[in-house]
Ligand binder design. Structure first.
Ligand code: SME
Length: 155
């Protein structure tokens, strides 16, 4: 990973180190993630509660999709397939649930604990095709850091 992306991963790791609870981990991490790019126009965590994704810490406009079942949305697709999903043009993806009418592209990266989905990182951009494979790799590394910290706290 090149320096600026590795730096985000390292910054998240050191920033969450002193967090005392789940809320603090997610708040601290999402602030750093959102600061990574001015083209991250909505950045948030959804966390699994029972069989649904529930919005947790986020930065951006209020979303009408505070609870998402696993068979719904791009968020549901990432959680049910346990794979990151990158959508270059949300306007041509029938799965897309709009938080904002200005959104053009989206990335969703699951928070995996082994084979279990704990939640996910969801980022929207108003720029078409904004998210690259390097972003996906970076966010998967951030997700691993967040999961490690959540497991430490919740052990
Ligand atoms: N776009 C997501 C819904 C979440 S909002 O963007 C914050 C989806 O299609 O699942």
């Amino acid at each position: 990973m090149e320096t600026k992306r590795q730096k985000l991963v390292d910054n998240v790791r050191s920033a969450v180190a002193s967090a005392r609870d789940r809320r603090e981990v997610l708040d601290v991490a999402i602030r750093l993630i959102d600061d990574f790019s001015p083209n991250f126009d909505w950045s948030g965590f959804y966390m699994m509660e029972g069989n649904q994704l529930v919005v947790a810490s986020y930065i951006g406009p209020e979303t009408p999709h505070t609870v998402i079942p696993l068979n719904n949305g791009i968020c549901g697709a990432a959680a049910s397939t346990k794979r990151s999903v990158v959508v270059d043009d949300v306007t041509s993806d029938p799965r897309f649930l709009a938080c904002s009418i200005t959104t053009r592209s989206e990335i969703v990266v699951p928070l995996m604990d082994g084979d279990t989905v704990l939640g996910e990182i969801d980022i929207d951009s108003n720029t078409p095709s904004f998210f690259t494979d390097d972003d996906r790799i970076m966010l998967e590394a951030v997700a691993a850091v967040v999961v490690a910290k959540l497991k430490e706290i919740e052990a």
